[in-house]
Design a protein around this ligand. Structure first.
Ligand code: SF4
Length: 730
């Protein structure tokens, strides 16, 4: 047991209508612990979850300067939401983490499973706010049964997330592990900007802690920079009544309806209970949307080795029992591989559990690297988690490096001696092990991501223009794993996000490309308004998004707006009303999100970002073909677009000439889409919320926010005119 460096005893409040009505603040530099009140204005404006996190950061960070990720003043905040911890509702166990990101320099948010958020709330805190840097390695223990918060010396703890979690679970449990959730990063996060956080949950069936990752944007890096090895939250018993719902019967009824529907329909739809998100590689491969070899192509003959049937065989006990990162979740999609034996690194030859792999990891650490052997994907998954590294950023960064290497733009001198050809799984693992040790190319360079590596490779002579086009990074964040080249709407779905190209704001590829639901700019803009707002709502409430649209009602396609899954929107409105006592409908839920969404945009501006210039210039590979090979692989589509949309007779043009014309056209389309989306969101042409929008959302009570908005109202970017037909390309 580590020495107690500071502790605070507190009275555990009664949770009322989903809120503890207080937050926990820990200053690691001063070794102080405080409780802060939550008032009605905070709840009304920010709802909870990500909204609370951002509001705490807004007030906690210095306001007179841009805050860097490694400033002691940077904060890491974790919250669930008013619906977090509903013990009968599918997906109601999520936590949302925020910090100023090492990769993007602005607030990042990550929505993650595991029990930490609910344990934190039932311990008496709607959110936790950590600031400062400790002089020594520490961990923070919240005992929600005793009303005790401690900062303890962590000098005796190992580095990797798996061992840390096991030791702390054994050390603090009174219930064989079921009462504990641990948050930890790992040694990789010490040497990388893409460090993730592992949130644990107790697997009753296997009697083991299991994990979900808050992957994006380097929150693990921030935690390790503060010299925190782990956060532990203990709560012996979670009950439905503990959340203090306003209408318990209504809450039970809507939870029953939603769970019943999932149990009846999942086996006829995505089979999440059997394969989870691993049902996606096959579908993406079929529709030419699975990133292969650094997003160059969307399918590959070898990709069948990564399809659902393979993972169904590989996951142990899949579909046969409880496998949910939130105990009552009817979807139960958190599959794993037990008895997996790594072939490299410190766990070589030992049996371990791999949590996943899930879709993004299969695509990122598999097809995107030209690796089509499931074992290597699982081994990369295991070590990324153990070391606290985001599999998405790792995979997208490695894809970039492998393309540069395979195409001869860089050589082994630039990669520290690693032969990083396509498919070089052992070399990719060697780089990953270096990130953990802090040595070599991996430890010194790779872990800082694509944006950094573009500069690093440029210094050794690599072609800057090529790297700008193929480096799949925007706003500093590596792309998540969908090919967007042929969907203008999804280009906006990635490019016009708050935090960078992560699909959790908008996933419009199928609606756009397959169903053709949004042929005009206005249609696309409407979708790029509605879906980011709607999806934000899950992060305000401590919910998982998968139960919303991964299993849908049988008559959903006959509704007016099937993409919104109207019956489920109504479920969520009833759930929120039952918990909080505020009678709301679907529009009210979107309005809640719009407040926080605009607030986060203005927070980005405060950090010197969040303007049109930051939304512009995504890597061209996310918009169209970069190389002649890419063009020729879809020549018919591209030629007809040049002819029909641009009026160009390209019959005598070389591929390079056609590439240049297509690029001009597609970039212009992206800029026009940007105009249309800003207009729909109520923003100026420079991407700043108008004062009218701020007033309508009721954010005008925050004086320093109003000052920032007013300062930026007049900035106007160069004009882009919508085409007369107002049609986006298809
Ligand atoms: S749907 Fe899957 S990821 Fe979401 S809460 Fe349920 S088990 Fe966890």
């Amino acid at each position: 047991m580590g020495m107690v460096l500071m502790e605070m005893k507190y009275d555990i409040p009664e949770i009322r209508h989903g809120y503890a009505n207080q937050t926990l603040y820990v200053d690691l530099s001063k070794k102080t612990i405080e409780v802060k009140p939550v008032d009605e204005k905070m709840k009304e404006t920010f709802t909870g979850g990500k909204g609370f996190d951002l509001w705490l950061m807004w007030n906690g960070l210095p306001k007179d300067r841009v805050v860097k990720w490694d400033d002691p003043e940077n904060e890491i905040c974790i919250a669930t939401g008013p619906l977090g911890g509903v013990t009968t509702y599918p997906g109601a166990g999520k936590s949302i983490v925020t910090a100023i990101s090492p990769l993007t320099g602005q607030p990042i948010d990550s929505n993650v499973g595991g029990y930490f958020g609910p344990h934190l709330k039932f311990s008496g805190f709607d959110a936790m706010e950590i600031q400062g840097c400790s002089a020594e390695e520490v961990y923070i223990f919240i005992d929600g049964d005793e009303g005790l918060v401690q900062i303890l010396n962590a000098g005796d703890l190992p580095d990797n997330a798996y061992d840390i979690t096991r030791i702390l679970t054994d050390r603090h449990t009174a219930k064989g592990g079921r009462d504990i959730s641990v948050v930890s990063a790992g040694p990789g996060a010490d040497h990388a900007w893409m460090g993730c956080l592992n949130f644990s949950w107790w697997d009753n069936k296997r009697e083991e802690p299991r994990y979900k990752q808050a992957g994006r944007g380097g929150t693990g890096t921030v935690l390790r920079n503060k010299r925190v090895k782990a956060l532990v939250a203990k709560k012996e018993r979670l009950t439905l009544e503990m959340n203090g719902p306003a209408d318990l019967d209504m809450l039970k009824a809507v939870a029953r309806e939603h769970s019943k529907e999932i149990l009846e329909l999942d086996s006829q739809q995505n089979r999440m209970r059997v394969v989870g998100t691993a049902h996606l590689p096959g579908i993406m491969d079929e529709f030419d949307l699975l990133p292969t070899r650094n997003f160059r192509a969307g399918s590959d003959p070898e990709a069948k080795n990564l399809h659902a049937e393979v993972w169904e065989e590989t996951y142990t006990n899949s579909g046969k029992g409880w496998d949910g990162c939130w105990r009552p979740c009817a979807i139960n999609c958190s599959h794993c591989i037990e008895g997996f034996v790594p072939k490299t690194g410190p766990f070589a030859g030992k049996k371990v559990i791999v949590d996943g792999p899930e879709y993004e990891t299969i695509a990122g650490c598999g097809s995107n690297l030209g690796i089509f052997v499931p074992h290597w994907v699982a081994e990369l998954n295991f070590y990324c988690d153990a070391y606290g590294i985001d599999t998405i950023s790792f995979g997208t960064t490695m894809g970039f490096v492998m393309e540069l290497f395979s195409e001869g733009y860089i050589d082994e001198k630039a990669t520290g001696g690693h032969n990083l050809e396509w498919g070089a799984a052992k070399a990719a693992l060697a780089v990953l092990h270096e990130i953990a040790s802090g040595e070599g190319f991996g430890g010194e360079h790779f872990g800082k991501g694509v944006q950094y590596l573009k500069g690093y490779f440029a210094s050794s002579g690599a072609d800057v223009r090529v790297m700008e086009d193929i480096g799949m990074v925007h706003k500093g964040l590596e792309y998540s794993l969908y090919v967007t080249k042929e969907s203008l709407a999804q280009q906006g779905g990635y490019g016009l996000t708050l935090k960078g190209p992560q699909h959790d704001e908008a996933w419009l590829i199928f609606l756009d490309m397959v169903h053709n639901y949004m042929p005009t700019f206005d249609d696309k803009a409407e979708a790029l308004h509605y879906f980011p707002m709607w999806r934000t709502w899950f992060g305000l409430n401590g919910l998982c998004k998968l139960p919303w649209n991964d299993v849908v009602p049988p008559d959903n396609s006959e509704t007016d707006e099937p993409a919104k899954v109207p019956r489920h929107v109504a479920f969520y409105a009833r759930l929120f009303s039952a918990m909080t006592g505020r009678q709301v409908d679907g529009d009210d839920l979107v309005h809640m999100s719009e407040k926080v969404y605009n607030f986060q945009r203005i927070f980005n501006i405060r950090q010197g970002k969040g303007l049109r210039v930051n939304d512009s210039n995504p890597p061209y590979r996310s918009i169209g073909p970069v190389t002649a090979w890419e063009y020729e692989s879809r020549q018919e589509r591209y030629d007809s677009q040049l002819q029909e949309k641009c009026g160009i007779d390209c019959s005598n043009m070389t591929s390079e000439e056609k590439l240049a014309k297509l690029k001009e056209y597609r970039m212009e389309q992206y800029m026009c889409l940007t105009d249309a989306v800003y207009k729909r969101r109520g923003w100026t042409r420079n991407g700043v919320p108008t004062m009218e929008k701020v007033n309508s959302l009721g954010l005008d009570w925050i004086p320093d926010l109003v000052t920032i908005v007013k300062e930026h109202q007049a900035d106007e970017p160069p004009s882009h005119t919508l085409p007369e037909s107002d049609e986006g390309w298809k």
